[in-house]
Design a protein around this ligand. Sequence first.
Ligand code: PRP
Ligand code: MN
Ligand code: MG
Length: 186
Amino acid sequence: PGWYDNDIDRVIVSEDDIRAKTDELAKQVAADYAQADSVLLVCVLKGAVMFMADFARALSRYGPPAELEFMAVSSYGQGMTSSGVVRILKDLDRDIAGKRVIVVEDIVDSGLTLSWLLKYLESRSAASVDVVALLRKPDAIKVPVPVKYVGFDIPSEFVVGYGLDYAERYRDMPYVGVLKPEVYQR
Ligand code: PRP
Ligand code: MN
Ligand code: MG
């Protein structure tokens, strides 16, 4: 039980589900990157903060050493329909040329953020770019985007927790749940 539980309609991905799936994804990535000297994990703030922390630790049990980088991006305008024009709030701190990059995202919704980000990272001459996303909403996709590692496909409902927010709240909740409509209708 937690502070937010009354605002949540139902749990979509529990803490146990997240732990088990993160471990499974780390094993998959480690197997695919067995020949790599290192990987560069790029966390997409703020939503991916929890998943980045847990995924990086899981990967360290199985895979090559990881370097951690952080970007913060925001869809331009914040309207109801994302234009796909993304503004960089915090850029990479260093050169990624020649690095094997894995983008760490909490959720792929329309795909617009990730689609833009992949082009950006490729323009910075990364040696390779893959994506690991904990969640994906298959019914909400607007642009096809290659996500090599996906934790859970979920329905197109408003979910919060484990990094995902509604108006900056609920990011600290330890699981992913569907927000009760009365919370955003009031
Ligand atoms: C959310 C989420 C993803 C993106 C997915 O981030 O964390 O990054 O939207 O949506 P898309 O596939 O439709 O582009 P948001 O822009 O809310 O910023 P935040 O991570 O700081 O919450
Ligand atoms: Mn985000
Ligand atoms: Mg958000």
